[in-house]
Design a protein around this ligand. Structure first.
Ligand code: THU
Length: 163
């Protein structure tokens, strides 16, 4: 037996002022997309802005349903939106934000497990690493250089190939 160690260094910015202008701009756009969230059940609003390689910005916000399991996360709405509007265009950066109607002190919001899996597949399809910036109510911003940082040992299409 041997131990396999998984180690990740994540970047944490103490405020938005440490980011470049285009990164601040994408976070502002994500915050504005919170208005597109439909979250009457959880009252937890999530929004995503994707910056594509062709400089287009794509929106996504969570869309809930009275049949709770049908709720769609902001990240997947945005990724599928990008795939429809700009098929095959690489995604340079994802900004992710959230607002909880019942509190005002949220830290950075990481993608849920299901979205991590979907982001991983888009990285594979588009042959790119998707950098992710996360910001809640607090000034602190968390960055992932790619989704593998929070989805180590992920399942992917390689396993489905025949030998
Ligand atoms: N949600 C997202 O949109 N993205 C995530 O990564 C986590 C959760 C949404 C789903 C649901 O509408 C609400 O947040 C509460 O779980």
């Amino acid at each position: 037996m041997k131990i396999k160690t998984i180690h990740q260094d994540l970047k944490v910015y103490s405020s938005i002022d440490e980011l470049e202008a285009y990164e601040r701009d994408l976070i502002s756009k994500a915050i504005s997309f919170l208005d597109l969230s439909y979250a009457p059940y959880s009252k937890f609003h999530v929004a995503t802005a994707l910056l594509l390689e062709n400089d287009e910005v794509i929106s996504g916000a969570n869309q809930e349903n009275a049949s709770y399991p049908l709720c769609l996360c902001a990240e997947r709405v945005a990724l599928h939106h990008a795939a429809m509007r700009h098929p095959g265009v690489k995604i340079k950066l994802m900004a992710l934000t959230a607002r909880n109607e019942d509190r005002t002190d949220l830290g950075p919001i990481p993608p849920c497990g299901a979205c991590r899996q979907v982001i991983a597949e888009y990285q594979e399809i588009l042959d790119c690493k998707i950098r992710i910036l996360m910001k809640g109510d607090q000034p602190e911003i968390l960055e992932l250089s790619s989704i593998e940082q929070v989805l180590p040992l992920g399942f992917n299409s390689d396993f489905l190939q025949s030998s």
